[in-house]
Design a binder for this molecule. Structure first.
Ligand SMILES: [Zn+2]
Length: 212
């Protein structure tokens, strides 16, 4: 398997690294996957060192200086091994952008600035179809655009930009935002996957995103 020359993005949830003895001797164990010789960076524990990582059952079981054995081995010498990054401000929320994000080490892509006018529809369009985790907020701007029938594709260009909302429209805007804020509990998981490309391979262990 070819691995990206510039970086190995091994995406793991930050929490998965918590509480793991960093130099535990579990060399005899056979892990599902081992990532060897990478520069492991963990902001939670401030670890920044060459380590071997053992993963079984989708969780990190060992981070060790000792050689680990796995059913699958990823050689990460010269590459970075880090928790997946979370992008709070990502407007591009489509398959192509998720692919780019994965290559940048981002495993959770959130549209929390502009948001959307219809949270349920937004999630329904993506559930089960994305490479990485995703999330959105209900946005005042798109709700206002929808209510005022603004022709803008992204930001308002018509009434929503230039005219005061009528009292009725204000009520509709309030209701639209309220709908988007309705308590909900969603989980998106993408599990293990490969995005194989001619010259590189990415491997991701994704995390759950919960939206309340
Ligand atoms: Zn922006």
């Amino acid at each position: 398997m070819r691995i990206a020359q510039w970086m190995l993005s091994v995406f793991v949830a930050a929490w998965a690294l918590q509480g793991i003895p960093l130099a535990v001797d579990r060399a005899a164990e056979l892990y599902d996957v081992v990532i060897l010789h990478g520069r492991v960076m963990d902001p939670e524990s401030n670890l920044d060192a060459i380590r071997n990582v053992g993963i079984s059952g989708g969780k990190i079981r060992a981070i060790s200086q000792k050689e680990l054995r796995g059913k699958e081995t990823i050689e990460a010498r010269g590459l970075l091994v880090a928790p997946g990054f979370i992008d709070l401000h990502q407007h591009g929320q489509d398959p192509k952008n998720y692919e780019f994000k994965a290559r940048d080490g981002v495993t959770t892509s959130l549209e929390l600035e502009a948001g959307t006018s219809d949270v349920d529809k937004w999630y329904a369009e993506r559930d089960g179809k994305t490479l990485i985790n995703f999330g959105v907020s209900v946005g005042h701007i798109p709700v206002r655009m929808k209510v005022m029938k603004d022709p803008g594709a992204w930001l308002p260009t018509g009434d929503a930009a230039h005219r005061e909302a009528t009292p009725e429209q204000l009520k509709e805007i309030d209701a639209g935002i309220e709908r988007g804020l309705r308590p909900r509990r969603r989980t998106t998981k993408c599990g293990m996957f490969f995005a194989l490309l001619p010259r590189r391979a990415l491997r991701c262990t994704c995390i759950s995103v919960m939206q309340d």
